[in-house]
Design a protein around this ligand. Sequence first.
Ligand SMILES: Cc1ncc(COP(=O)(O)O)c(C=O)c1O
Length: 468
Amino acid sequence: MKNNLIKEDKKYVWHPFTQMSDWVKDEPSTPVVIEKGRGNYIYDVNGKKYLDGVSSLWVTLHGHANRVINRRISQQLSKIAHSTFLGLTHGPAVKLAKELVKITPQGLTRVFYSDNGSTAVEIALKMAYQYWHQTEKKSKRDRFLSLKNAYHGDTIGSVSVGGIDLFHSIFRPLLYKTYYAPSPYCYRCRFRVRGYDFGVHSKNFLEHCRRMGCKGQCVKEFEKILKKYHKRIAAVVLEPMIQGAAGMLTMPPGYLKEIDSIRRKYKTLLICDEVATGFGRTGKMFATEFENIKPDFLCLAKGITGGYLPLAATLATEKIYRGFLGKYEEFKTFFHGHTYTANPLGCAAALANLEIFRKSKVLKKLPEKIGHMSKELKKLAQMECVGNIRQLGLMVGIELVKDKKKIVDFSAQQKTGARVCAECRKYGLMIRPLSNVIVLMPPLSITNHEISRMIAIVRKCILKICKK
Ligand SMILES: Cc1ncc(COP(=O)(O)O)c(C=O)c1O
């Protein structure tokens, strides 16, 4: 049955972020056919069990087949699976909006639903643009300020503010122009912080920069751009505290605060994309809490349903919301909406997710797990081909390099990251790399014992693959 499925998969399916000519040749490993999930584990059709080390692409929070979420979805299913949100409303979406407003940074009062992280960002970008055009006389704001290495999703609008050349450069001719400030995880940081880097190695931003031998160049560049172009910039968009898809690039403490005060000085809006960092991944409910940032927009997806269903939310302030009010015939309406917007099953799952956070005191249990993860990761820091380890909460990037002293990267042909992850599968660990960065992002329900096991497998596989 498995062979037949794989055969038909290879014949009919096109997988995301996958070189299909490798996939059909079983490169770097034979496709695994997943059948079920229980707790922190997923199982293939042959009954082999894998620890879900990347939370099924950064979504699962409280484990698979969670009883509370299953029950809440079933209860909702017995009522209605879907009803449009255009011109109608329903209980789960209203309750969820109220809860999201309660737990997100102060000032965010309105919830606009969609289906995934890309649309959550796309909506914030469109709202910011339209807001200015409806509230500022002869507004010229048709651009955004983003960071190099940024990732905000795969739709054309969110790709336009993306800063990862590998994913985005081919589409440049299709994209609107965006200004880019340097990534705070700069060249200097990468090559000077050797071994282990919690992202908390100094108390404030400038101290961090001094240690790195620079003078906060990334913030200076950011301000330079805003000073020159602020009249054209609708909003600053960024992933707070950690640039995930770029390889878990952590921001030095204080950086976000600096950026926030500069963008306030130039009266620009701020969009915080917490698609990856939201819902406890960093150890806090939201990464914006680290530096008490109050953005104008907050983008949520991935973990919002505990990893169950495609649902996303873009939160906005009352000031933004009011910019869209007017008489019908003024057409200030936000003309945007997806067919499955605010899907009731998704909203029921999201409410169950928040219920678990509350009742099981999930956030309180995290510091111990995060500390245990740090302790275990330190064991990898001295390995010959581990250039740098970055961690924020339960988000981890282990960067593999060919030569640690001279900092030489493995070539793309070597597919080192992919081969290490393929090797891990043999030992019952399912992870997925970002190029040569081994990513670990387990469910929040992971135990210390499972963390130790996960790191031990990663260690063994790095040793084996990097030696070859
Ligand atoms: C920060 C961030 N924004 C947006 C997205 C896009 O989310 P989705 O894949 O649900 O469209 C991602 C996905 O990894 C992300 O990490």
